[in-house]
Structure formats: structure tokens, C-alpha cells
Design a protein around this ligand. Structure first.
Ligand code: PGA
Length: 252
């Protein structure tokens, strides 16, 4: 089993900062390949080619984009297509992050189109799902996220589904205003996701306030096969430490 450990930089980092982070990672991985771990990084669009150039074509680190349009080209002002993302060196296409659902009108239907477009171009879809605090408090977490996932993955055959990575990121646990989820709170949602998707998808990741203190415990939850991280990984030492934690977990 491979543990996926990746970061989205969201809307942060200049090109110089992106270059510094990626150069540091490349240099560290020159002498150390974390065994059993699949690293990935998802910069802003502007830094895609910079990070690709720094990492090199054969890097063990997969490169992604935080969003991409499902059409290959056309009159979609402000959008970037999966085809263009692939051309810039991306291998992963994220969709469905709660910030995009909340602020940019991402829906179950658009995540479905984006997952399909990623697969059509041979990229890995990284589908984010997660419920609000209201849904959680009403006891509906598992049903809600299963519905989000099923809607986005509708119509995929077994081989296509096997390319998909799912990241469960409860909205109430994400970002500065989120609070870290406890292991106890995550057992049930991951049991539900595990029953539906373990061994059928490429990964079932957890995301939302992952930090150096909770990472090992989060990886210990049944069915969790990776971490999708924001703030803790934005400084390279934090990301490297998460890779070390995952490597230790994979070896245990
Ligand atoms: P965070 O972000 O780790 O900073 O909470 C997680 C995410 O949005 O994926």
C-alpha cells in the first residue's frame, strides 16, 4: 500500500518562493526516497512550469493543479483546461475542494466533468469531498460524503475508478478557522468510505489541519492511505517531516 502525502499551496507563493521550496525538496529526495510514500505538490497555476522544471521530468514527486476546466479549449475566460495543465507538466487534477465549492460554484456535476476530463487526458483525478459542521452535527457526515463521491465518480468503469484519489476533508477542520478533527470523529466517515472505495481507488486521503502532532494518528485510522495538507507543508521542513512520519508508518 502506498501512502500519498501531498500539499496544495492554495493561493500562496511567488515564483521565487515556489522555486526555493521545490529546489529544497528535489535536493532532499536526491539522497532519500521515502519508501512506500507517494509525494505530490499542487502549486498555483503560475508556478506549475517552474516547479516542473525544478523537479525535472522524472521526479518521484507528482505535480498537480488545484482546478482545471473539463473542456479542452474554447471560450471560457479565466479558465485553464486539463489539456493545458497537462501541457504545463501537471499529472494530478484536484477538484471539489470545499473552498471552490463555496466560493466558485463547484458542484457535484462539475466535479464529475473534471474527474472525467482528467482521466481522458491520462491524469490522476484528486477528488475532494467533505461535509459542513451543520451536516456533521445532524449526524449526516457519512451519507453526505458518500453522495458527493458517488456523484463525481458516476459512470466510471473499474479501471478508471482505480486511477482516482479521494481526499476526505471535513469543512469544519480546514484552514485557520477550522479545528483539527479527532481520530474518533474520523473513524465513522472513513469506515463508510472504506466500505465503498478501499481497493477500488488509488488512495483515500485525509485533509484538514493536518500537523506534525496528529499526522501519525491520522495515518493510523482504518482505510486512510495518505494525507492532503495545507499550512503545515507550506514551509519545506514541515512537508519533509510529514514524509518522514509517513515513511515510518509505511514501514511499521
Ligand atoms: P489545512 O488545509 O491543512 O491548512 O487545514 C487543508 C486543505 O484545505 O486541504
Amino acid at each position: 500500500m502506498t501512502l500519498w502525502v501531498g500539499t496544495s499551496w492554495k493561493m500562496t507563493k511567488t515564483l521565487a518562493e515556489a522555486r526555493t521550496w521545490a529546489t529544497g525538496l528535489r535536493d532532499h529526495l536526491d539522497g532519500w526516497a521515502p519508501e512506500g510514500v507517494q509525494p505530490f505538490v499542487i502549486p498555483s497555476f503560475t508556478a506549475t512550469t517552474t516547479v516542473r522544471e525544478v523537479l525535472g521530468e522524472d521526479s518521484p514527486v507528482l505535480l498537480g493543479v488545484q482546478n482545471a476546466h473539463w473542456e479542452d479549449a474554447g471560450a471560457w475566460t479565466g479558465e485553464v483546461s486539463v489539456a493545458q495543465a497537462a501541457d504545463a507538466g501537471a499529472q494530478i487534477v484536484e477538484s471539489g475542494h470545499s473552498e471552490r465549492r463555496e466560493h466558485f460554484g463547484e458542484t457535484v456535476e462539475t466535479t464529475r466533468l473534471k474527474v472525467a476530463a482528467a482521466l481522458r487526458h491520462g491524469l490522476t483525478p484528486l477528488l475532494c469531498i467533505g461535509e459542513s459542521l451543520e451536516v456533521k452535527d445532524a449526524g449526516g457526515s457519512a451519507d453526505f460524503i458518500l453522495e458527493q463521491a458517488a456523484g463525481a465518480l458516476e459512470g466510471l468503469d473499474v479501471e478508471q475508478l482505480a486511477q482516482v484519489v479521494i481526499a476526505y476533508e471535513p469543512i469544519w477542520a480546514i484552514g485557520e478557522h477550522g479545528r483539527p478533527a479527532t481520530v474518533a470523529e474520523l473513524v465513522e466517515p472513513f469506515a463508510a468510505l472504506g466500505e465503498a472505495y478501499t481497493e477500488r481507488v488509488a488512495g483515500l486521503l485525509y485533509g484538514g489541519s493536518v500537523n506534525l502532532d496528529n499526522a501519525a494518528d491520522l495515518l493510523g485510522i482504518d482505510h486512510v492511505t495518505g494525507l492532503f495538507v495545507g499550512r503545515t507543508a507550506w514551509e519545506l521542513p514541515g512537508y519533509l517531516e510529514l514524509l518522514r512520519i509517513a515513511e515510518a508508518h509505511a514501514a511499521a
